[in-house]
Design a binder for this molecule. Structure first.
Ligand code: CP
Length: 328
């Protein structure tokens, strides 16, 4: 039988307060991200076994509370919790008492009374997971809140980059597309900067906002309005979904013009280094921000990102459950 010692290559220093929540990467140190990535490698090894399950979270209850659509994040959290032998409950607004007008706070108090240990939460309102932490004694993982943060996506992106290129420190990463509306871009900025990467944000001005909005928080970030200028030096190109549901009209003249200037095409990638990775968090608008032949090209790691999401989310659940183990 696998013990927790088989899963965790490192243990918390007893002087380090255990982490209770994962809300964004702004409060993660480089050492803590490194530890999560190492634990994710151990989890990936478990997922490669014929029996992909260990008893680490037996007796714990994980509630996946998804109040906004999701495929990758929701299913990978469910698989991750099951691989750790947790009890898993899925919940959406539709079909729950939220439809009768129950507030978020009352919903969370109800989940606590029902014995939830960890709430994984997606919500269209930025900050909603922070509110939940004030009314829930267990752990909260932000699975995406509005345009604010998506820390587990950023961690799986970091894991995928490190797995493919061997390191993150010093890499040149271009994040291109609908940055203004992207929680993925914001959390990746915290994670990539903390791990020592050089980040360029590239978008039309209407999808980026004022440059000093970004440079006031991340002074080292480079701003570009021309994708062709960024490609040759890039080690990683992370393209983002054009978020039509979060946009007001008039930000783009036409989708065709956006694709012509900012779409990831085979032609455009002829200038890229052979080792340059192409990433996309999904879901994709194929033919808009990325062409189908790029998605399936040798440089694309988009499927790896999805696969690695399970291992990284296992590592996070394991780490947070470990924080409650300290109290036992
Ligand atoms: N990347 C991501 O969050 O995808 P889903 O919306 O499918 O979960």
């Amino acid at each position: 039988m696998t013990t927790s010692a088989d899963i965790s290559p490192t243990t918390y220093d007893s002087r380090t307060p255990p982490r209770q929540h994962v809300l964004d990467l702004d409060d993660f140190s480089r050492a803590e991200i490194t530890e999560i990535l190492e634990t994710s490698s151990s989890m990936k090894e478990i997922l490669g076994r014929s029996i992909k399950q260990v008893p680490a979270l037996r007796g714990k209850t994980v509630v996946n509370m998804f109040f906004e659509e999701s495929t990758r994040t929701r299913i990978s959290f469910e698989l991750a919790a099951r691989a750790l032998s947790a009890n898993v409950v899925g919940m959406t607004a539709k079909g729950s008492s939220v439809e009768k007008g129950e507030s978020l706070v009352d919903t969370v108090r109800t989940l606590q009374a029902l014995g939830a240990d960890i709430i994984v939460m997606r919500h269209s309102a930025a900050g909603a997971p922070y509110l939940v932490t004030q009314h829930f004694q267990g752990s909260v993982i932000n699975a995406g809140d509005g345009r604010h943060a998506h820390p587990t996506q950023a961690l799986l992106d970091l894991f995928t980059i490190q797995e493919r290129l061997g390191h993150i420190d010093g890499l040149r990463v271009v994040i291109v597309g609908d940055i203004l509306h992207s929680r993925v871009a914001r959390s990746n900025l915290w994670g990539l900067m903390t791990m020592g990467a050089h980040v360029t944000l590239c978008a039309p001005t209407t999808l980026l906002g004022p440059a000093d909005y970004w440079t006031s928080t991340w002074p080292q970030v480079t701003i570009s309005y021309n994708l062709n200028d960024c490609i040759a030096d890039a080690d990683v190109i992370m393209t983002l979904r054009l978020q039509k549901e979060r946009q007001q009209t008039g930000l783009l003249p036409t989708l065709r013009e956006y694709t012509n200037l900012f779409g990831i095409t085979t032609e455009r990638l002829k200038c890229a280094a052979p080792h340059c990775l192409i990433m996309h968090p999904g879901p994709m608008n194929e033919g808009v921000e990325i062409m189908p032949d790029v998605v399936t090209s040798m440089q694309s790691v988009i499927e790896d990102q999805v696969t690695n999401g399970v291992a990284v989310r296992m590592a996070l659940l394991y780490t947070l459950a470990g924080s409650s183990r300290h109290d036992e």
